[in-house]
Design a protein. Structure first.
Length: 364
């Protein structure tokens, strides 16, 4: 496996089965992995345009060069503060402007969060993600947030949080608490972004990612497909992530779950755009895997409406993490029983959490 932080020279190869298709891959001619941050939109568009079998084959090859085949990380996502968010994200039923009937709630107490984490671990999750419907966390909430992080880490689980935009100081506080990952999605391409959100800019998103990166926390950043965007927008979305100075260690790819009462849920209701084509979704997973070979590519929201065959193709194309349980933040999910059945059919095994000295952490 290559040095994750190293940018190596570009190397191109041709797809043997389709000599008319000349595209760049993440492997050189000797099969060595290459991490690149200089992808062009034209190169990424060419990957999307590949014959489907060639694209998935390349993605699977890159995946096996960087990750253990047949292992998928099980993650659990908990909403620690639901609803009432002042942002106007068109896809989200937690926006205060959404008319979805979701009631705003206060921040959960630390004990409730840790109980949920313990239950998630018992069900096989090695990663626990906590999300709050905030524009940004208030300083008064930081002590509780820090307790949650430390408590989950002491269980031996990987921690991730999404709390909105962060200042440099807040990023440092989370880092000192031991937070493993911070999620802050770019959502879509820079060009399509303002059609989805107006209360914060694409640049605001990048600033938070920079604060997180500079504090030493791993970056989790991806987006949502199926929001009425074009193929060109999906190219732009992947390009924005794959050309960051350092790739996100975690890249969640979500399929829009249209919720009535949200801007996009109402706009796309009963239209062909209400659900992204399955093959196009798999293509997006595959292109993310090829362009960001060392990252975890997370098959996230929208999975409950996917067939087992589509999910299998996503795993083949390089997805190596899923959210388990019956619910994500507020929308439905496939459920533990369905996931266990699917894993058995496909011969997949849950990825084990890295061992850490929990007693030492508790004493610090």
């Amino acid at each position: 496996m290559s040095d994750y932080g190293t940018v190596k020279p570009f190397a191109s190869s041709e797809v043997e089965k389709r000599p008319d298709q000349n595209v760049s891959t993440s492997l050189d001619t000797n099969g060595e992995n290459i991490v690149r941050n200089d992808w062009t939109r034209e190169e990424i568009a060419a990957l999307f345009d590949l014959p489907f079998d060639d694209l998935v084959f390349q993605a699977a090859t890159v995946h096996r060069a960087n990750h253990k085949a047949g292992e998928v990380q099980l993650s659990t996502l908990l909403s620690i503060k639901t609803g009432g968010c002042p942002e106007d994200c068109g896809y989200c039923n937690q926006s205060a402007g959404a008319k979805s009937g979701l009631k705003a709630e206060k921040l959960l107490d630390v004990r409730t969060v840790l109980q949920s984490a313990a239950q998630a671990k018992d069900r096989g999750s090695s990663r626990f993600c906590m999300g709050a419907a905030w524009r940004n966390p208030k300083n008064r909430d930081m002590p509780a947030i820090i307790e949650m992080i430390k408590g989950v880490r002491q269980m031996g689980m990987e921690t991730c949080m999404t709390l909105g935009m962060l200042t440099k100081e807040q990023s440092e506080m989370l880092s000192e608490a031991g937070l493993d990952y911070y999620n802050h999605n770019i959502d879509t391409s820079p060009e399509h972004y303002e059609k989805v959100i107006t209360t914060r800019t694409f640049g605001d998103r990048l600033e938070t990612l920079e604060n997180v990166r500079n504090s030493g926390i791993n970056v989790c950043s991806g987006g949502i497909v199926g929001m009425g965007e074009t193929r060109e927008d999906r190219v732009g979305f992947v390009h924005a992530l794959a050309t960051l100075p350092r790739h996100p260690e975690s890249v969640p790819v979500n399929a829009l779950v249209p919720v009535k009462g949200t801007v996009l849920g109402d706009m796309l209701a009963d239209t062909p755009l209400a659900k992204i084509d399955d093959i196009e979704f798999v293509r997006t997973i595959a292109v993310a895997r090829i362009t960001m070979p060392a990252s975890m590519v997370r098959l996230s929201a929208g999975r409950e409406s996917m067939s087992e065959s589509t999910q299998a193709l996503c795993f083949l194309a390089g997805a190596n993490s899923i959210f388990t349980g019956d619910k994500l933040l507020t929308t439905g999910n496939a459920g533990d029983d369905a996931d266990e059945t699917l894993f058995a059919k496909l011969g997949l095994v849950p990825m084990q959490a890295e061992q850490r000295d929990c007693a030492l952490e508790a004493a610090e």
